[in-house]
Write a new protein. Sequence first.
Length: 188
Amino acid sequence: MTNLNPHTTALVLIDLQHGNVARELAPYPPSQVVANSVRLADAFRAACATIVYVRVSVGELTAHQADRALPGLKVIPPNPSDIVPEAGMQEGDFLVTKRQWGAFHATELDQILRRRGVKDIVLTGIATNIGVESTARVAHDLGYDLVFAEDAMSSIGEGAHEWAVQNMFPLMGRVRSTEQILADLPKA
């Protein structure tokens, strides 16, 4: 993998919010997804790269879904749409609120990225095959180069995660570990 240019790379963290972090996930527990995402965010912030946290408006999303609004979640926690404090969002980071699975539809995400000259997007988040994959598909269509932080994302089932990571993501970009991405980000 070539070095990531922090001036043209953004870290986009998908749905690290109470309603998702409270779910039972596989292959990685939510705590590991958040911890690896924070490690990446800290390094990207130190390199002066763009950081975007994305959250889904749970009430609006679940209002139009048919049978299973929040799989893997037994009880909806208070403030399900709020980014969890342990995700490390800081002043200067961007926050995008989506109302669909993907982070580009009817949001300002593309505008934020293009105004900052972003060409590469590193993705983390919950759930691998829902919010992350939906966002990745549109990002790919829009011409962004993608890097997937495989161990900084997880899903409702290990099979769903593995299928996206092994079959879909390599068609759209590069699948890497948190450690590999950190090694490819120049130090400030």
